[in-house]
Design a protein around this ligand. Structure first.
Ligand SMILES: [Mg+2]
Length: 259
């Protein structure tokens, strides 16, 4: 096998890698600090489209992790960059929160319920029947259906919550139209992030806690992949997949010396 080139830039998942249920994972602060000191390009990724990078920066800082706003990459930003490439200055009907509406405004999109180019579905905590009805009618009239991420449930302190993928399934049932998902495991999420950094996949690494999203998307984007065992995947589960990460480590603490 050809020797991999040295890693010049890093992409890392957030939940299960750097933080877990609102608490930083040991080693995350040292990892971010070393990355920042190294001057190497990096992004912290999340499929969650609720928050803007500024919101996430503040939330991470409260947990003791100082990640600059420009180093945060969400599925909402990936969706906005994708739509800006596909149809510059387009229009969209949006179901979602500030993370998504801000990202679309920032690329020059107009948000409207009048003959939009797209219906864009993101995560919200207040899915309304009226909004879903509107989305169904607009898709039936020809609006293209885009969804920030396919996650069917999301975590909360009280237990799992239905998430974007579950609501997308409802709209698909009602329209017969499947959405295009921009977030993980679509490697588009990694490619748009790498483009933003000006980084190349063959000298970049992706760190994640899930085989079926982080490792899959990183691998398909042509990056080296690191699986950490502080999140959803246990060591015995790795062999259940037909692909594997470049390396499995216990936690982010083991990757500090790789920078
Ligand atoms: Mg994760």
């Amino acid at each position: 096998m050809a020797e991999r080139k040295p890693i010049e830039s890093w992409l890392t998942d957030m939940d299960g890698v750097l933080i877990h249920e609102g608490v930083p994972i040991p080693g995350a602060d040292a990892f971010i600090k070393k990355l920042r000191e190294s001057g190497k390009p990096f992004l912290v990724l999340t499929n969650n489209s609720i928050y803007t990078p500024r919101d996430l920066h503040a939330r991470l800082r409260r947990m003791g992790l100082d990640v600059p706003v420009e180093n945060i990459w969400t599925s909402a930003l990936a969706t906005a960059q994708f739509l800006g490439d596909q149809r510059p200055d387009g229009t969209a009907y949006v179901i979602g929160e500030a993370g998504l509406t801000t990202a679309l405004h920032d690329i020059g999109y107009v948000l409207t319920d009048h003959e939009p180019d797209y219906v864009v579905l993101g995560e919200t905590r207040t899915y309304s029947f009226e909004a879903m009805t509107q989305a169904v009618r607009l898709i039936n009239k020809g609006a293209r259906f885009i969804c920030t991420n396919p996650d069917e449930t999301g975590p909360s302190a009280e237990g799992p919550l239905p998430a974007t993928g579950a609501v997308a399934a409802l709209i698909t049932k009602a329209t017969g139209k499947k959405p295009y998902f921009a977030g993980k495991p679509n490697p588009l999420m990694m490619r748009t992030g790498l483009n933003t950094l000006g980084a190349h996949s063959e000298t970049s690494a992706m760190i994640g806690d899930r085989m079926d999203t982080d490792v899959l998307a990183g691998m398909e984007a042509g990056m080296q992949t690191f699986l950490v065992l502080t999140g959803l995947t246990g060591p015995d589960q790795v062999e259940n997949y037909p692909y594997r990460p470049s390396k499995v480590v216990d936690s982010i603490a083991d990757l500090v010396d790789w920078i």
